[in-house]
Write a protein that binds this ligand. Structure first.
Ligand SMILES: Cc1cc2nc3c(=O)[nH]c(=O)nc-3n(C[C@H](O)[C@H](O)[C@H](O)COP(=O)(O)OP(=O)(O)OC[C@H]3O[C@@H](n4cnc5c(N)ncnc54)[C@H](O)[C@@H]3O)c2cc1C
Ligand SMILES: NC(=O)c1ccc[n+]([C@@H]2O[C@H](COP(=O)([O-])OP(=O)(O)OC[C@H]3O[C@@H](n4cnc5c(N)ncnc54)[C@H](OP(=O)(O)O)[C@@H]3O)[C@@H](O)[C@H]2O)c1
Length: 255
């Protein structure tokens, strides 16, 4: 049975690289919570004729911001991409299929209070943090917020200037740390997030010690990054957060 969808309209698009892009769209979505994801896609030819093919995408805009926005990476057809190559073709004025209701638990109501919130993202996993940090809740829950964005190439540091503006707006309560792994980038850390936590480089850069007593970590993006970072954080005494067994780690894996 075909998935339920409403029609949205593309009203803007930003290309960061040949394979990283954002789509802005108008659509009558139900109210959502910052950090949740919608489903987006297109009607594509399928085995049983044309049918809608949709995938989850984190909302980048805060619930009170319009238009809606999602940040995507193009997974080429040659390596198994189906929906993302089709969405990559869209231009302003085109139609997009959207699931009417956003879902997910990667959001402030699910995260306990702490002194410091660490937002750790790879690639397009930065999207939900844009949405969350444009709401009031995290600034009320945490004294300091650290946003870490790890990408292969510096051009993929989407929303960097928006995070720097947020830092100014909140009088330095936000620290933004870019990681670039596959080229030299003067003001970014090199290598990967878990290694930089293990060897103390991340804490040294931010000037905050990451402990189970003072921190909550939200991890989003590449599933292997999520797994590897969990292992590193567990070695520091942090535990996965569950409603029944509170901990200090909340995760969202994208594949
Ligand atoms: C909760 C959730 C939220 C998501 N939010 C986003 C988002 O905000 N932006 C986004 O681009 N994707 C996001 N994804 C992934 C997205 O749903 C699709 O899987 C992706 O767009 C590829 O779709 P596809 O049909 O082209 O290929 P698929 O058949 O879905 O995936 C093929 C392969 O592509 C790789 N892949 C998938 N997604 C990514 C990615 N984001 N970055 C790098 N490699 C990837 C994996 O190896 C995967 O096995 C999210 C996934 C989940 C579960
Ligand atoms: N980015 C591109 O130039 C590019 C170009 C064409 C197509 N694509 C498509 O996009 C997909 C994903 O690209 P992406 O760059 O957004 O995502 P990604 O492969 O998840 O890489 C993003 C960042 O996460 C790091 N990372 C990867 N595995 C990790 C782990 N286990 N622990 C910690 N950090 C880890 C990467 O470091 P490392 O560099 O060390 O891996 C990189 O800094 C590709 O599979 C491809 O289909 C990307």
């Amino acid at each position: 049975m075909s998935e339920k969808f409403i029609e949205g309209r593309i009203v803007g698009r930003v290309d960061y690289t040949d394979s990283l892009f954002s789509l802005r769209f108008d659509a009558p979505l139900d109210p959502f919570v910052a950090g949740q994801y919608c489903r987006a896609g297109l009607i594509l030819p399928g085995a049983r004729g044309a049918e809608v093919a949709m995938r989850p995408y984190s909302m980048v805009n805060a619930p009170d911001q319009h238009p809606h926005e999602i940040l995507l990476t193009l997974v080429p057809q040659a390596v198994g991409g189906i929906v993302s190559p089709a969405l990559h073709q869209l231009r302003v004025g085109d139609a997009i299929c959207i699931g009417p209701r956003a879902n997910g638990f990667f959001s402030m109501p699910e995260v306990p209070d702490a002194e410091v919130l660490w937002c750790l993202a790879t690639g397009t996993g930065i999207g939900p943090f844009m949405s969350i940090l444009h709401t009031a809740a995290p600034w009320q829950k945490f004294r300091r917020i650290v946003v870490v964005h790890a990408v292969r190439y510096a051009a993929e540091l989407a929303y960097r200037s928006a995070f720097e503006l947020l830092s100014q707006k909140h009088n330095g309560a936000l620290t933004y740390v870019p990681f670039v792994s596959r080229e030299a980038a003067p003001d970014a850390l090199s290598g990967r997030i878990p290694a930089a936590i293990a060897d103390g480089r991340l804490e040294a850069r931010v000037g905050i010690t990451l402990t189970p007593e003072n921190s909550h970590c939200m991890l989003c993006g590449n599933p292997q990054m999520v797994t590897d970072t969990m292992v590193t954080l567990e070695s520091k005494g942090l535990r996965k957060h569950r409603r029944r067994t509170p901990g200090q780690i909340t995760t969202e894996a994208y594949w």
